[in-house]
Design a protein around this ligand. Structure first.
Ligand SMILES: C[S@@+](CC[C@H](N)C(=O)[O-])C[C@H]1O[C@@H](n2cnc3c(N)ncnc32)[C@H](O)[C@@H]1O
Length: 204
């Protein structure tokens, strides 16, 4: 049932996201296209970010869902240097693949809402990122408006089931700062739900 639902979720994902992507496309483009060097894209899904990578980048693309990877592979641009790894981000196997202080950027788009231990993942990002490397975030978060936040709390248990573990009410913006990252730039914007984008480093 779980694998069957994973397939359905992956095959319908781009269609369901077509409407929010009208807002998110430009946000992704402005966050991702300036990045260069060695990049980790966390939970690549159907590979929506692939189109924005600069040609001078090497990308480690981590994704636990095989059906999502199947959707993503045809989106790999010819010029791109992308290695797809079929793992959860907290999988210890990644420690043998990604060296400490080796990454120029970590990209999290619409994924910290789903990862089961986001605090642990954030500590891994710190370990893997160069001190001036960038953590780039585009996420939906718990609303700052009381009524909307309350509604998100009510809907969340059902939402988690139909959306493969996605939490509607995660305070991802706060989690990142609590993990010790320095905010370089951030923006809160509305688009049906509360969205958040941010760029961070972990220089002392
Ligand atoms: C909502 S989709 C977002 C996909 C893509 N990042 C985007 O911006 O469209 C969330 C993705 O995160 C993946 N995911 C879930 N748990 C994960 C984990 N622990 N580590 C890495 N990816 C995970 C899911 O399989 C799914 O493909």
């Amino acid at each position: 049932m779980n694998r069957f639902y994973q397939k359905i979720f992956a095959s319908g994902y781009d269609k369901v996201m077509a409407s929010p992507e009208k807002i998110l496309f430009k946000k992704r483009q402005s966050l991702i296209s300036p990045l260069k060097g060695k990049i980790l894209d966390v939970g690549i899904g159907t590979g929506v970010n692939f189109q924005f990578y600069h040609t001078n980048t090497t990308v480690i693309a981590v994704e636990p869902s095989t059906p999502m990877i199947k959707q993503a592979i045809p989106k790999i641009p010819h010029s791109a240097n992308i290695q797809i790894l079929n793992h959860h981000i907290n999988d210890s196997a990644l420690n043998n693949i990604i060296e400490a202080n080796s990454l120029d950027a970590v990209i999290c788009t619409l994924v910290l809402c789903t990862i089961s231990k986001p605090e642990r993942a954030l500590q891994k990002f710190k370990h893997w990122l160069k001190p001036d490397g960038k953590l780039v975030i585009l996420e939906h978060i718990h609303s700052k408006k009381m009524i909307n936040a309350h509604l998100q709390n009510i809907i969340n248990p059902i939402w988690k089931v139909v959306s493969e573990g996605c939490h509607l009410n995660r305070n991802t913006d706060t989690l990142i700062k609590e993990a010790g990252f320095n905010m370089l730039d951030e923006d809160y914007f509305e688009g049906g739900i509360q969205w958040y984008q941010g760029v961070f480093n972990h220089l002392n």
